[in-house]
Design a protein around this ligand. Structure first.
Ligand code: LHQ
Length: 264
């Protein structure tokens, strides 16, 4: 299927999704949101896709909600219910990424703002180029952090720093984002896609099912007691232990050879 605002490339088990509305720094228009929902829905279900890499075309990664379409209504003094756009669009998108049973990497190539930051944080491993900037722009237009930012941000950077970023709306650069723990690494701009693709390629050849279960475990146990968390680990370890890749990993180790993981 062709998309108006997405570019899609396949490299073996890795699919690269490139948001493609560079003139608006890849703002989340209704079209882009619908297309991301459609594409990511397919990719998460497709067992041949074992890693997803999300990036942006041009100098933007994604600057959150496309504010343009709000103009007409706001000039008329209307106050649309923003929750509809969240529940029907952004929230589903963030859930798709967070619950995808495979690794999702964000290659943050440039400006990220508002829900565009949320999108990067929802990915399992966000990597930034040194051209990237991040700002929780919500407050600059009188809104609260959304699209999962209130969940991910305090868990990643701590409550104090999360509040500072959310209340000031200040822009942070890639090195600051790395030091804060917003992204796992910051790399020179020219190396971003090769680093991200090589990481995605490596993860795509590892035990996919176990990664999906690890994602679920971390999400579910974040508010549990130690005993509850260990019980959940035991349950999901039964699932992981039943995979072909677990058998293969153990046998390859014992036979002193490289494992051949299939993702099952
Ligand atoms: C844009 C946008 C944009 C449209 C740049 N929309 N065109 C909100 C509401 C509704 C429902 C639910 O959820 C949400 C959640 C959110 O995401 S709220 C946060 C929305 N995002 C923003 O408020 C960010 C607004 N943008 C900016 O503050 C700046 O553009 C930043 C700081 C991101 C980048 O600044 P610059 O690098 O100086 O670029 P620029 O401002 O010149 O932007 C380039 C173009 O992109 C420009 O268009 P133009 O035709 O003048 O060249 C901007 O109008 C357009 N653009 N963000 N969100």
């Amino acid at each position: 299927m062709g998309y108006d605002q997405l570019l899609v490339e396949t490299d073996g088990p890795v699919t690269v999704v490139r948001m493609n509305n560079p003139a608006k720094l890849n703002a989340l228009s209704a079209t882009m949101t619908d297309e991301l929902l459609d594409l990511l829905g397919r990719l998460t279900m497709d067992p041949a896709v074992r890693a997803i890499l999300i990036t942006g075309e041009g100098r933007g990664f994604c600057v959150g909600a496309d504010l343009g379409p709000l103009e007409v209504a706001y000039r008329r003094g209307e106050r649309p219910r923003l929750s509809e756009r969240l529940r029907g669009g952004y929230n589903r998108l963030i859930s798709l990424i967070a619950t995808a049973p495979k690794p999702v990497i964000a290659a943050v190539n440039g400006v990220a703002a508002g829900a565009g930051v949320s999108l990067a944080l929802a990915c399992d491993i966000p990597i930034a180029s040194d051209a990237a900037t991040f700002n929780l722009a919500f407050v600059n237009i009188g809104l609260v952090p959304d699209s999962g930012a209130s969940y991910f941000l305090p868990r990643m950077v701590g409550l104090g720093k999360a509040l500072e970023l959310a209340l000031t709306g200040d822009r942070v650069d890639a090195a600051q984002a790395r030091d804060l723990g917003l992204v796992s690494r910051a790399v020179p701009h020219e190396q971003l896609m090769s680093e991200a693709a090589s990481l995605a390629g490596r993860l795509a050849r590892m035990p996919t099912a176990a990664m999906g279960l690890a994602k679920r475990l971390f999400r579910e146990t974040s508010d549990m007691s130690l005993d509850q968390a260990m019980e959940r680990e035991a349950e999901l370890q039964d699932e992981a232990g039943g995979t072909d890749d677990h058998m293969e990993g153990v046998l390859a180790f014992l036979e002193k050879r490289q494992p051949r993981f299939t993702g099952r």
